[in-house]
Design a protein around this ligand. Structure first.
Ligand code: URA
Length: 196
């Protein structure tokens, strides 16, 4: 892809609405060889302002949960289905998701994670290519061909869901715990803060 330099999309004007609403392209963050890849929906206001995924309120919830499980944000890779902020934080359209798909596939192929964690309904349905009832399916692992290989995809609720529905906090906790276990069991082994 000529507008991608390694893991970074350097220039893209495929989605007119998003080109209009974004301040910048928000690429994934974290090690290029992370064992765990989190995939969100798309940048929000804070992410668009800072140029990094999950740096707003949802990001703090994710960071706190990772820390609780002995993981550091810096050890995992975090990205989104679309890299440009949709207007008024609306869901990305099917066309926008499709436009950004190649970048996500390339990122998955390069990072080659042990587990891909989908944060919320949009990334879960996008990567599993089916309807997903996120709350009831959270914590389930399914294999899907992504980035040129069969991958383990773990469905998870969006971190923000724990804010407006406290009952989702336990669901979120259990899913992240499971992701940490899968990545920890992987060949290269996720480093745990407790190891140091
Ligand atoms: N929600 C998302 O889905 N992605 C972000 O980057 C931030 C919030």
């Amino acid at each position: 892809m000529d507008n991608m330099d390694g893991l970074e999309v350097t220039d893209c004007t495929r989605c007119p609405d998003l080109v209009e609403s974004r301040s910048r392209i928000v690429n994934g963050t974290g090690p290029a060889d992370a064992d765990m890849l989190f995939v969100g929906e798309g940048p929000g206001e804070q992410e668009d302002a800072e140029g990094e995924p999950f740096v707003g309120r949802s990001g703090s919830i994710l960071d706190d949960k990772l820390r609780e499980k002995g993981l550091a944000r810096a050890d995992v890779r975090i990205t989104n289905c679309v890299r440009c902020r949709p207007p008024e934080n609306r869901d990305p359209t099917a066309e926008e998701l499709e436009h950004c798909r190649g970048y996500l596939e390339a990122e998955i192929e390069l990072v080659d994670p042990d587990v891909i964690v989908t944060l919320g309904k949009v990334p879960s349905e996008h990567l599993l290519d089916r309807d997903v009832a996120v709350t009831s399916e959270a914590g389930s692992v399914e294999r899907a061909t992504l980035g040129g290989a069969a991958r383990e995809v773990l469905v998870c609720v969006h971190p923000a869901a724990t804010l407006y529905d406290r009952s989702q906090a336990g669901t979120f906790d259990a899913a992240i715990e499971k992701a940490a276990t899968i990545a920890g069991d992987g060949a290269s082994g996720q480093s745990q803060l407790g190891d140091f």
